[in-house]
Design a protein around this ligand. Structure first.
Ligand code: UD1
Length: 394
């Protein structure tokens, strides 16, 4: 059985690490050659700096990519288009049984389109998430990917609901279990056609957090005793100087009370530089750093007081590590965190950011609730895929 995994951006390396590990575990246990899952990895190159890419493969022991497409730093259309063309070539050569894509990046959409146009079933990990903000490129990527996917792995109940509301889950699709159609019905389907299936498996990022926290790695820079961990990289924040300046004004003010550690995404670093921001990293309590690795991030998360971010993944990681979160966006896909009071959505108004900081640093929060599964999403994904693939080979 052959799977082609298509990844290219930092959060996808973390998610793929959890599933690749589950595939490796599965392969250790099988005794027939025909049951072995052969995973090939295509890295589109969307993220290419060492500290945005290679370090994740090394420290999380993700198998080395079989293909590196080297496509990056282009407009959305050009990037997605070039990826589509190159991924199609790979898929035509490799003829996999299924293609695996993750999340909501341009890499996700290109992989899903290339596979679906070749009638190769697309499996989407982290399906069903919605911000309902179509101005975000990620929202377009998610919606389109879900609509062309055959097997949709949802991390939350809300994600399943969102798919129902869009008609992606309907009478002929199975939810929560892996197939609704009988083998007889399947024979009527064309080769490479599977019944659409939606499964609530939990979040693969929880698998990663639980597995890798024991390997947390001390950061190269000195840490204050108490600090806030912050990240900013969303285009909606970085590409609008007013929004970015407002966020940094809030950070300057908050950092007078408690230091802020801010590992900078290259996009943010470039823009800060071009705006000529007057930041004094050595003396200020706003401590900027290069992007950190996943194991360093885990180290920072375990020790921080609060998380402030516009990242999707970090909002959940804050919860996994029992830290309150202030989200610097106007909406979130992870609504259950807000509903339960673990996260507040404040946008970019610096007064609101400061108020949220004051509120969330003193709030007493009980984290004893299961929102994202049991940390075994990777294993569930592999089991479901195995059953689907065996149907194809009947
Ligand atoms: C992408 C995803 C976003 C995800 C994020 C994680 C899309 C539309 N967005 O956004 O969903 O949350 O990744 O980080 O796919 N750059 C470097 N070095 C790198 C990587 C990027 O300098 O290693 C530069 C690029 O050249 C570009 C900018 O950073 O100028 C933005 O990169 P891009 O891949 O366009 O999107 P992200 O902001 O990273």
């Amino acid at each position: 059985m052959k799977i082609v995994t298509i990844i290219g951006a930092r959060p996808q390396f973390i998610k793929a690490a959890a599933v690749s590990r589950a595939i490796a575990e599965h392969n250790k246990l099988v005794n027939r050659e025909s049951s072995v899952i052969n995973e090939l990895i295509v890295h589109t190159g969307q993220h290419y700096d060492r500290n945005m890419s290679d370090v994740f493969f090394e420290e999380m022991h993700i198998p080395k990519p079989n293909y590196f497409l080297d496509i990056h730093s282009l407009s959305h259309g050009a990037m997605t288009g070039q990826m589509l063309e190159k991924i199609e070539e790979v898929l035509m050569d490799e003829k996999p049984d299924v293609v695996l894509v993750y999340g909501d990046t341009n890499t996700t959409l290109a992989g899903a389109l290339a596979a679906s146009k070749l009638n190769i079933p697309v499996t989407h990990v982290e399906a069903g998430l919605r911000s309902f903000n179509r101005r975000m490129p990620e929202e377009i990527n998610r919606v389109l990917t879900d609509h062309v996917s055959t097997i949709l792995f949802c991390p939350t109940k809300q994600a399943v609901e969102n798919l129902k509301n869009e008609g992606i889950v309907n009478k002929s699709s199975s939810v929560h279990k892996f197939v609704s159609s009988s083998a007889q019905e399947l024979t009527d389907l064309q080769a490479h056609e599977l019944p659409r299936s939606v499964a609530l498996v939990g979040d693969v990022m929880l698998d990663a957090a639980q597995f890798y926290r024991r390997y947390a790695k001390r950061t190269k820079f000195d840490l204050p005793e108490k600090y806030i961990l912050a990240t900013i990289h969303r285009a909606e924040n970085t590409d609008d100087p007013e929004r970015l300046i407002s966020i940094f004004k809030a950070f300057e003010k908050i950092s007078q009370e408690i230091p802020i550690i801010l590992p900078l995404h290259p996009r943010t670093a470039k823009i800060i530089h071009s705006l000529g921001f007057c930041l004094k990293p050595q003396t200020s309590n706003l401590k900027l750093s290069d992007p950190v690795s996943y194991l360093e991030m885990v180290y920072l998360l375990e020790r921080c007081k609060l998380v402030m971010t516009d990242s999707g993944g970090l909002q959940k990681e804050a919860f996994f590590f029992k830290k309150p979160c202030v989200t610097l966006r106007d909406e979130t896909e992870w609504v259950e965190l807000v509903d339960h009071g673990f996260n507040v959505i404040v946008g970019v108004d610096n007064k609101r950011i400061f108020e949220a900081f004051e509120l969330m640093t003193v709030k007493d929060i009980d984290y004893n609730i299961n929102l994202y599964g049991d940390g075994e999403a990777g294993e569930k994904i592999v089991n479901i895929l195995k059953k689907h693939l065996s149907l194809l080979h009947q």
